[in-house]
Design a protein around this ligand. Structure first.
Ligand code: ADP
Ligand code: ASP
Ligand code: MG
Length: 410
């Protein structure tokens, strides 16, 4: 007998009919003799609807109450799914994160799971029940409801699988696996049978929202076999795995992008020790995460300094930078929040040269101006104007022949 954790995302449980279809899939797995834990998201659109309700009252609702609010989305789904399972004769019991005892830290809206008590869930499984767990949530040590960040139900599923030592964690969604890039942007994107944890981690952190980044981290750390599949059709999906001999030998495995970017530049800062710290210190002091950073060579004893932040943090970062500019006697602060980041990812980059040149050539041929570049061992990212996102992704997909399996590619 295997123990399987299945996670169904928002669109997979978007209507009562879809919830009944999920119930049928879950019951079929149990009928095959597996023990099944199901983790569900809120019905699609529900989390956004709840957030918008609060914002009708105030733009700055308290983080604690926001977590109380948004965690209700998942609570609705666990109850409806359990009711649907019971209706077709499959014993089931629902649990909120707090009821399972998913203990998190107390950082509201982006809490991290610290510990899971698998006792109750195990007892139900032993008694032959399907256990339905609300994704995206837990409680801190004082019993406050916390949530795990957008897309957090993936992380709940992987963490449950790790805690229960499940045989596999299956992420059911509205696409049939992980693709070379988001198939909504590039229809020629190709489904991958396998992808390494390392690459998936980069793809997730560079903007591919198919899996929440923490779920991939968790799965890698605790060695949880992780698979992404469609809840709408049958198939093997994509297995996230450690690198092995017979994996595709591609130079580039996938393209990720993020629309949530903004960049800020401070011009004419005196070029002296401590400048970077004086500029970025106040930004990080305000809990704003900085991504790419560029400092120009000083020609006249002053320098220019550019960095990117999440678009939501742009107004606040701009304000902070303007204050810093006055203190430092800088010439000017400029910013742009209509930029995006496109990244190519692949473990094959370690052993192949010339990949950056191919990337820049493909963008140049489309007349796309690169505003910033950053590289690491298995990825290259560029910042470009928002209007070039689709064009850029498709041009790169073509340039690296990602629509064809690597054996066939030239
Ligand atoms: P769920 O609600 O099931 O959690 P998400 O919307 O969070 O689903 O994630 C699935 C979506 O991720 C897909 O519909 C697809 O548009 C997007 N996506 C982005 N990058 C990729 C990729 N490389 N492969 C597959 N899907 C991707
Ligand atoms: N419902 C949450 C969200 O929309 C969590 C999830 O779906 O994974 O972000
Ligand atoms: Mg998701």
């Amino acid at each position: 007998m295997s123990l399987i954790v299945q996670k169904y995302g928002g669109t997979s449980v978007g209507t009562v009919e879809r919830i009944e279809a999920v119930a049928a899939k879950v019951a079929a797995a149990r009928a095959r003799g597996d023990q099944v834990v199901v983790v569900v998201s809120a019905m699609s659109g529900e989390t956004n609807r709840l957030i918008a309700l609060a914002h009708e009252i105030t733009p700055t609702p308290s983080p604690r109450e926001m977590d109380v609010l948004v965690s209700t989305g998942e609570q609705v789904t666990i109850a409806l799914l359990s009711i649907a399972l019971q209706k077709i004769g499959c014993p089931a019991r629902s649990y909120t994160g707090g009821q399972v005892r998913i203990l998190t830290d107390n950082v509201h809206s982006k809490a991290r799971i610290q510990e899971i008590d698998g006792g109750r869930v195990r007892a139900d499984l032993e008694a032959g029940r399907v256990v339905v767990v609300a994704g995206f949530q837990g409680t801190d040590e004082d019993g406050n409801i916390t949530t795990l960040g957008r897309g957090g139900s993936d992380t709940t599923a992987v963490a449950m699988a790790a805690a229960l030592e499940a045989d596999e964690c299956q992420i059911f969604t509205d696409v049939d696996g992980v693709y070379t890039t988001d198939p909504r942007v590039e229809p020629k994107a190709r489904k991958l049978d396998r992808i390494t944890f390392e690459e998936m981690l980069e793809m997730a952190s560079l903007g591919s929202k198919v899996l929440q980044i923490r779920s991939v981290e968790f799965a890698g750390k605790y060695n949880v076999p992780l698979r992404v599949l469609s809840s709408f059709e049958e198939g093997e999906g994509t297995l996230i795995t450690f690198e092995d001999e017979d994996m595709e030998k591609a130079k580039v495995s996938g393209i990720a992008f993020s629309r949530d970017e903004a960049k800020l530049t401070i011009l004419g800062v005196p070029d002296q020790p401590g400048v970077a710290y004086s500029i970025l210190g106040p930004v990080s002091g305000a809990n704003i995460e900085v991504d790419m950073i560029i400092q120009n060579i000083a020609e006249d004893a002053t320098t220019d300094f550019t960095f990117t932040v999440h678009r939501n943090d742009y107004p606040q970062a701009l304000k902070i930078l303007q204050e810093t500019a006055e203190v430092l006697g800088a010439r000017e602060v400029i910013g742009d929040d209509s930029i995006v980041k496109i990244s190519i990812v692949g473990v094959g980059m370690r052993s192949h040269a010339g990949i950056a040149a191919t990337m820049f050539e493909a963008l140049a041929e489309e007349g796309i101006n690169i505003r910033m570049i950053s590289t690491s061992e298995i990825k290259i990212s560029v910042v470009v104007d928002e209007k070039y996102l689709e064009l850029g992704v498709r041009a790169l997909h073509d340039a690296f022949e990602l629509d064809r399996p690597p054996e066939q590619a030239a």
